[in-house]
Design a protein around this ligand. Structure first.
Ligand SMILES: Cc1ncc(COP(=O)(O)O)c(C=O)c1O
Length: 392
């Protein structure tokens, strides 16, 4: 076979999909696996949204649409974001994409040149680092540590910002830690960024509605930062619509035009009947998301309590998303080995903290997108695993 592009050596991936494949393989051999690796709600998409998609198909929303999204949908998203975040945006600021993920790729392609520096959370969603490296920009990690409640270390941000910095990525509520940046941190960060007017901000707010206390605060609402912020949000997590592939970015118009041009080059447009279903999600009853959040809170409390009852594991109570990121350093194994043995020997699928960057060492990520019964079963298995390690 002729050789592949060298640039592929810089492209990362999302290990969650690899662990899922391994778990499925074990299940095919007849093993019972509890899935705590998955980053998607285990609930069905609310029925009103499914009905809206069917209706849209019947109405003929089966053709290409504009690359940036249906005008009426962009309008609605702009209105929703303006209300939720308290910022002044219109349809021209919105680009609709198949899932929130393309907003990362398209906006970074539009902003970063080789050699530019991009600050990103580590541990963090692995695609940030992957895309920065792929473009040939320099990925500069901002460490999130349990000792600091997984908040940004603002001194480190100050130290790492420089004339070369082109982009800063924030993600709150945060994957994989479930951490939330408190409003005072966001204000302080905005204060720091005031001295760096040439730095763009990618604010990944995909978990903005998976928040267990307080109000979501967007950095875009601070001072004039909306002029250089991309808000990434979507429907995957809030409305249990991961498989539909529906998300969007809200950003300054000149950038939105370029991001839409990438959409034209790559995916042409987002399926139009799915955008119509997205309109129902935003305008219809919000009881589905509220119920999900209540159930997630119950599970979070149960899982955190159960993990902390196991000697050798320390887990914070996360304020958002549906993940916990316990510290397993006392077990004396590296995080990959912990997750490998949990899956292979105990049938608990989880992700090594290092799947989210080097600073994730010493942690594993458990998703609580699974039933209380299964979480209880998983806790028993984790406790047996820890007992076995201590006996070694
Ligand atoms: C932090 C974060 N951002 C973005 C995404 C991507 O969401 P989508 O499925 O809408 O592309 C995910 C999905 O896991 C995520 O965890």
């Amino acid at each position: 076979m002729p050789r592949l592009a060298r640039a592929l050596e810089r492209l990362g991936t999302e290990t969650a999909f690899l662990v899922l494949a391994r778990a499925k393989e074990l299940e095919a051999q007849g093993r019972d696996v509890i899935h705590l690796e998955i980053g998607e709600p285990d609930f069905d998409t609310p029925a009103n949204i499914i009905e809206a998609a069917k209706k849209a198909l019947d109405e003929g929303y089966t053709h290409y649409g504009p690359s940036a999204g249906l005008p009426e949908f962009r309008e609605l998203i702009a209105h929703t974001i303006a209300e939720d975040r308290g910022i002044d945006v219109s349809a021209a600021n919105v680009v609709v994409t198949p899932g929130g993920k393309p907003i990362m790729f398209y906006s970074m392609l539009a902003l970063l040149d080789p050699g530019d520096e991009a600050l990103y959370p580590n541990p963090g969603f692995p695609i940030y680092e992957s895309v920065i490296n792929y473009i040939g920009a320099k990925a500069v990690p901002l460490a999130l540590r349990q000792e600091n409640a997984f908040r940004l270390d603002l001194d480190e941000v100050r130290d790492k910002l420089s004339a070369k910095t082109k982009l800063l990525i924030v993600n709150s509520p945060h994957n994989p830690t479930g951490g939330v940046l408190p409003p005072e941190d966001i204000r302080a960060l905005a204060g720091i960024l005031a001295d760096y007017p040439d730095v763009w901000i990618l604010s990944d707010e995909i978990y903005s509605k998976s928040l267990y206390s307080g109000q979501h605060t967007s950095i875009a609402a601070q001072g004039s930062l909306a002029d250089r912020t991309i808000i990434l949000d979507g429907f995957s997590k809030t409305y249990a619509m991961t498989g539909w592939r529906l998300g969007y970015g809200v950003m300054p118009v000149p950038l939105a035009e370029q991001v839409a041009r990438f959409a034209t080059n790559c995916n042409s447009c987002t399926a139009t009947f799915i955008q119509r279903a997205g309109m129902e999600a935003l305008t219809g009853p919000q009881t589905g998301p509220a119920k999900m959040r209540d159930e997630f809170r119950r599970r979070r409390d149960r899982l955190v309590e159960g993990l902390n009852a196991i000697d050798g594991i320390r887990c914070l109570l996360p304020e958002g998303a549906f993940y916990v990121f316990p510290d397993v350093r006392e077990l004396g194994l590296d995080a990959r080995e912990v997750s490998r043995r949990l899956l292979d020997d105990y049938g608990v699928a989880a992700l090594s903290g290092t799947a989210f960057g080097a600073v994730g060492e010493g942690h594993v990520r458990f998703s609580y997108a699974n039933s209380i019964e299964n979480l209880d079963k998983a806790l028993e298995r984790i406790a047996s695993f820890v007992d076995a390690i201590k006996g070694e």
